[in-house]
Design a protein around this ligand. Structure first.
Ligand SMILES: [Zn+2]
Length: 97
């Protein structure tokens, strides 16, 4: 008779992801935990105060500008690549005779 070794391991249960609602959030500007009573709500996000909101807003705007710049540079590069990739025509014709 062969012994049936039970190698059944229980599925890993993630306790951290089991939580339903995260009560305490951190300020996107200064990363400090936000208190329920004292928080500044603006544009769908909570901040410590208007100062932190301005800080985060400025950072977001700067990131947006940088992204736009990068996108523009990408387009410019693509244009140049397309232009240089075109074969030069009408340059040298084979001469007969
Ligand atoms: Zn803050």
């Amino acid at each position: 008779m062969a012994e049936a070794t039970a190698t059944q391991t229980p599925a890993p249960y993630n306790k951290s992801t089991g939580s339903a609602v995260e009560e305490v959030k951190n300020c996107p500007a200064c990363k400090k935990p936000l208190r329920k009573a004292r928080r500044y709500y603006r544009n769908g996000t909570y901040y410590c105060n208007s100062n932190c909101f301005k800080k985060a807003d400025a950072t977001a705007k700067a990131a947006k500008t940088e992204a736009a710049k990068a996108e523009a540079a990408k387009v410019e590069t693509a244009k140049v690549e397309t232009a240089s990739a075109e074969p030069a025509q009408g340059g040298s014709e084979p001469t007969k005779g």
